[in-house]
Structures are given as structure tokens and as C-alpha cells.
Design a protein around this ligand. Sequence first.
Ligand code: 13P
Length: 250
Amino acid sequence: MRKLAAGNWKMNGTTGSLAEAMAVAAAHPDAAVELLICPPATLITAMATAATGTPLEVGGQDCHAAASGAHTGDISAAMLSDAGASYVILGHSERRTDHGETDALVRAKTEAAWAAGLTAIVCVGETLAERDAGRTLEVVGRQLDGSVPNGASGARLVIAYEPVWAIGTGKVPTTGQIAEVHDFLRARLDARFGEGVGRLVRLLYGGSVKPSNAAEIFAIRNVDGALVGGASLKAAEFSGIIAALEDSVG
Ligand code: 13P
């Protein structure tokens, strides 16, 4: 299994920002880990074109569950693939909150992504109220079961554990809290899909990952990489996180 350093640019970036992505690619020409940036859809083609011949891969941040049709403003999985994406983030907490996305919808989107040949990064994570109520594992377990379709494989499924309260806040769970959730997710995938599949699905941690805390996070068992928001916008910061992930694989 190759570890994965993924950047989620969210609704940030215009043409001028491509230089940051290219600086990341240039800094890791022989990357020992997989490198991915998910820019806004408007930049996918330009980034994928510029990244040709480098280790940098490009992904989308969402897709529609349908293959095509009358859905003004939406983008299909096949369109992302056609634009140069190989991955798509699905069920991010910001989509679940801003757009009311349910586990069932995320599952349908994941099926659409797979049908288009994309690898889906399915996001799960509890709110602070849910953690305080002792419901973290119940919540992420329900999200995992409901959002992941049958037929998962290590090649087409990545899970990102992103506690909602850690996103963009500078707050990070303890290493013990991250380990507990990642161990739980691994066991749940093993139970549903078999260990031969479960152990190949990469489990990313996301939420306030920075160069300064990356090494500690990547040392946690069952953490196979990171999904990075704010720190992925600046090449120097994302590069520092990538270097920490490369160090963790030795
Ligand atoms: P931050 O790294 O900015 O906390 O965002 C995490 C995230 O939501 C990545 O998808």
C-alpha cells in the first residue's frame, strides 16, 4: 500500500495558484508516497496538464451521483475523469453540512465515481457534541457503513477520518484518539470486505494537519496519509507534510 498525501483546496485558488501545485511537484520528483491535490473544478484541467510527467495527481472535491442530465451547476464523475482527475473527495463534512448530503447520497456518488474509474476518498467524522457525548465510534461507523458501497477495493477506496471540530480550527485529537478511530475503521472494513481488502484501503487523517504535527500523526498505526486543507495551499507547508510522510515510510 502506498501512503497518500492529499491536499483539499476547497473553494480556494485561481490560475495564479497553479504555481503552488507545481512547486510541490518539483520538490518531490521521486516521491516515495502518492501526491494528490484536489483543486476547485475550474483548475482540474490546467493542473492535470501542468502536472503531466510529475508524480502529482489531481482530484475533484465532489461529483453528482448521476452520469449526466438536467442538473444545472453539477459535475459528473466522468467529467472529472475527462478533465484529468483520478480521485474525487466525497462526503466531506462541509458538503454534508452546506448541502445536506446524507450517507445514502455519498454512497450513490461513490458508485458513480467508481463507474467512471475514479478512486473515491470518502470522508467521515464526528462533531464535538458527538465526541463529548461518547458517540464518536457509533457516528463514524454509521457513516462508513452507509457511505461505502459494496465492492470496495484498495485501489478505488480511501477513507478520510476528519473530526469536524478539528477542521480549520488548529485543534487536533490526541494520538490515542486518532489511533482509536483508525483501528476501529480498519476493523470495520476488514469485517465487511475481508482482511485482504480492508488492509489495503488507505485511512487518511484530516483536520489541522501542519508540518509541525505531521510526523507525530504519521507515526500512529493505521494512519496511511493525510487529507490536508489550509496547509495544502502553500507549497512550502504541504511539502513539509509530504516530507514527514516520506520519512514515516523510511
Ligand atoms: P484543514 O487542514 O484546513 O483543517 O482542513 C482539513 C480538511 O477539511 C481537509 O479536507
